[in-house]
Design a protein. Structure first.
Length: 210
């Protein structure tokens, strides 16, 4: 009589146990992979928002250095008519809370820090004695949180901005000449001063010292 060898109950139980362990492990790996992919997507959104903010700060600094120079605390760029009027970009105080993206709330802001140089090189630690008023360090921070205001992550970008131009003071009234006012948009005064002496020669003037 021919006997066929089959699986015993014990072997079947062992096989079920092995498959269960493998199944749980695979499920966990899939869950971790999905979560990592989700987090990477959220970080990509945050990085794009940070780069957009940095580009806006660059535009502000290029338009007028005083737009960013000497700012303190958290700031954010705005480009709405309600906030800026006809200006393309302007600086607002505080942290900007953006409309939800994929159910998450992203918040962004930037801070400005003074920079010092020694022998033309930016120092790692700011030294007021070597302050460089034509360079500012900008740090952009973007964070994101869920519907319960639980912060899920944040990213930061740093960049140095250098003053690219200076606005020259212009004079339209030569009835008096005084020193130009300070600042990016400085100009000469129009009050009469003893530092000028108008001659009778047409198209000419004479400067004198006190």
């Amino acid at each position: 009589m021919k006997h066929e060898k089959g699986f015993s109950l014990f072997e079947i139980l062992i096989a079920i146990a092995v498959f269960s362990v493998v199944g749980v492990s695979v499920s966990q790996l899939i869950g971790v992979a999905l979560q990592a992919d989700k987090t990477a997507g959220q970080k990509t959104v945050a990085v794009n928002l940070a780069q957009e903010t940095m580009s806006a700060v660059n535009a502000l600094a290029g338009e007028q250095w005083n737009n960013i120079y000497g700012l303190s605390g958290n700031r954010y760029p705005a480009n709405t008519v309600a906030a800026c009027g006809s200006v393309k970009w302007c600086v607002q105080s505080g942290i900007e809370s953006l409309p939800p993206i994929d159910g998450l709330t992203y918040k962004r802001s930037f801070t400005v820090s003074n920079v010092s140089r020694a022998s033309g090189t930016i120092e790692n630690t700011y030294n007021s004695a070597n302050d460089d008023p034509s360079t500012q360090e900008v740090t952009v921070t973007v964070s994101w949180e869920d519907a319960t205001a639980n912060q899920l992550g944040s990213v930061s970008l740093n960049n140095y901005f250098t003053r690219a131009r200076n606005t020259a003071a212009s004079q339209t009234d030569w009835s008096g000449v005084v020193a130009p006012t300070a600042g990016e948009n400085g100009g000469f005064g129009t009050n009469y001063g003893a530092v000028s002496n108008i001659t009778t020669t047409a198209g000419a003037f004479q400067l004198s010292t006190q």
